[in-house]
Design a protein around this ligand. Structure first.
Ligand SMILES: [Zn+2]
Ligand SMILES: [Zn+2]
Ligand SMILES: [Zn+2]
Length: 261
């Protein structure tokens, strides 16, 4: 019997500084609406018995505790910015719980940065030292995690590159691109037919490394998913206000939201 579970949970939906932002007293940072409290961006997918984390932000430990993450079969990293990576050390709890080395997937440059920053991490235990155990796998083409097909989605993110991911399982699919200011046609093509899309939308004012809400909506209309969610939001965006401004089929994500694909 096959497991039909296919869900995505938002563990964090905020931009690099999080919301509230340190030292800010603006209406969104001081809002009573819990949906305006945004940890750094990460999602947790449960697909056919596999548990996949995309990005390990500085908030990763707190996210794992709050949302009761009990298993991680694979870690995928979109790019090596601090807000997506600096919680990586906490993967070691899952080595202990599961008694296994955890596979970690990223594109070449991101993996090189990850291994430079976390140079003490390897795939073999060292007596007397408690450190994560990772099996680093560089990916450039679609790959499999169990019965899940994962397709890397190259996008431009400021002067560097980032990578989103598309997940296909049992005739259903979701795309996740958290950091992007330009999506090449070749990547839009890879996303066509996706059921659910999650895309970067920092704020309304232009930014050099992120889509604005308007740019995100225009990219989403080209992708054409049935349902879409905006992510990586800054404190310019109030959840309720933005929700009312969006076309049907596009929603604002918030920490803890679980979407069945
Ligand atoms: Zn980011
Ligand atoms: Zn603020
Ligand atoms: Zn980034």
């Amino acid at each position: 019997m096959s497991d039909h579970t296919f869900s995505l949970q938002f563990l964090g939906t905020g931009t690099s500084v999080g919301v509230p932002m340190i030292g800010c007293r603006c209406p969104v940072c001081t809002s009573a609406d819990p949906r305006n409290q945004r940890r750094r961006t990460s999602v947790y997918l449960t697909i056919g018995g596999w548990h996949i984390i995309v990005d390990t932000p500085p908030d990763f430990r707190e996210q794992a505790l709050t949302f009761e993450i009990l298993r991680v079969d694979a870690v995928l990293i979109t790019h090596a910015h601090a807000d997506h990576l600096f919680g990586f050390d906490d993967i070691r709890r899952f080595n202990t719980i599961q008694g296994m080395v955890v596979p970690v997937f990223a594109q070449n440059e991101t993996m090189a940065e990850l291994r430079r920053i976390f140079s003490y991490i390897g795939d073999a235990p060292k007596p007397g030292v408690y450190r994560p155990l990772a099996d680093f796998r560089i990916i450039n083409t679609p790959f499999a995690i169990g019965n899940v097909t994962v397709t890397p989605l190259p996008v431009e993110h400021g002067e560097g590159q980032a990578c989103g991911y598309r997940f296909d399982y049992s005739n259903r699919s979701v795309g996740f691109v958290p950091d992007c200011h330009y999506m090449p046609d070749s990547t839009i093509k890879l996303l066509q037919g996706v059921d659910v899309m999650v895309l970067d939308a920092l704020r309304h004012r232009p930014h050099s490394t992120h889509f604005t809400v308007e740019e995100s909506l225009s990219c989403l209309s080209r992708i054409g998913a049935r349902r879409s969610y905006l992510i990586h939001l800054c404190h310019d965006l109030d959840h309720a206000t933005l929700s009312n401004e969006l076309p049907s089929g596009v929603e604002v994500s918030f920490d803890g939201l679980t979407v069945d694909i």
